[in-house]
Design a protein around this ligand. Sequence first.
Ligand code: 5AD
Ligand code: SF4
Length: 436
Amino acid sequence: MKSRRYYIETYGCQMNEYDSELVAGILEEKNYQSVEDFHNADAIFVNTCAIREGAEQRVMSRLGQYKKRKEDAPNTIIGVLGCMAQNLKDKILTEKPFVDFVLGPDAYRNLSNMLDQYHKDEETLINTRLSRHEVYEGMFPSRKEGINAWIAITRGCDKFCTFCIVPYTRGRERSRSVESIVDEVKRVVDEGFVEITLLGQNVNSYQYENSGFPELLDAVSEVEGVRRIRYTSPHPQDIDDDLLEVMRDNPKICNHIHLPLQSGSTEVLERMNRTYTREEYLRLVDRIYEYLPDCGISTDIIVGFPGETEEQFMETVSMMRQVRFDNAFMFKYSARPYTKAIEFEDTVPDEVKSDRLQHIIDLQNEITLEKNRELIGTTAQVLVEKDSKKSDKQWMGRTDENRIVVFDKNGELPRDVVPLRIYDAQGVTLFGEHLN
Ligand code: 5AD
Ligand code: SF4
């Protein structure tokens, strides 16, 4: 049979990257081959994100381009996958009638059968049912070559932060068995990956039978050939001493925690249903540094949550100065359907949100640069990833703490770990030189 060609475009988080790899695995089993340009594809899939309105708008306009492609090549299949499929299927079906498939994040196992059925009767097919159990055990994602492999260990979220749509688009939280995770780790090591990033909306609520997240980390680290283990994203509520102890004692687990703060105001945190206060978060940061003195800590922050006053915003600012995060992802609050916060009075005008966002972006840039400058003169173990953006005579790699380092090539190859002395810092990038 002549092989067909597919193209997948992915928006949103790392979990979506992983899911696209799962879908690629299904398509390749059906004799589809990947292409880099959607104009050459027989099937175009877009894996979508619903976390903020902007992400949805980007996908909607991209679908316009796919529509044109379908006008030129009417046999092209167009599929919408992921969180927006779950959330906006009716809108997609009425406004984008050229879409042939709509599949939610728990429905990919059906894709193979749906393709067969589609080839018979060419009717639009939809499956957005959420599952309490689907963890895609026994399925094999098709990954592009590289250093780092994503592995989903939990799916869904039960925390219900009041701003977040994820519990509605991805459903209830569930964990995969330790055995199937370890098997997948072995496979990716055989494929040449040396760094594993364990993924989950709340990765550290992992619980399968008697194994919690710390036990899983140990089990994964025992797989021969694994050099570094990362994980994202944890919820502050579930970081306990057992986890910090394993991170301290197990050298393969990277010295980095992405610890979403969201707001520095206890009142706002309460309205967000984050389950911790400003003081509790600060105590947690202290505890992390007690166990892991040079841990890299990054965060997520939302400004302009409904009702956020200037004073409450300034508490976020003071918290950022106090903690001095290594890095932060910062967002303007975006009202999402189904969520509790959509019922709160949205008293923060958009210009104020934009000003607040700019204020903390500038502050974080300053802090990142200051912290990076403090590292000048220290040494770091850098795992080589790829050519630097600016020159093929230089490598780009990462430290254990997830800091980016650029340095001159000197015979090493991607996957090597190189000791370097840091001699400069610009923005988020460190510059290193060989020790001798
Ligand atoms: N508006 C803005 N940011 C959001 N996030 C989640 N939901 C929203 C929303 N409605 C942010 C949070 C989360 C990150 C993945 O996205 O900071 O940690
Ligand atoms: Fe959303 Fe909160 Fe769940 Fe994270 S923990 S996915 S922010 S509801």
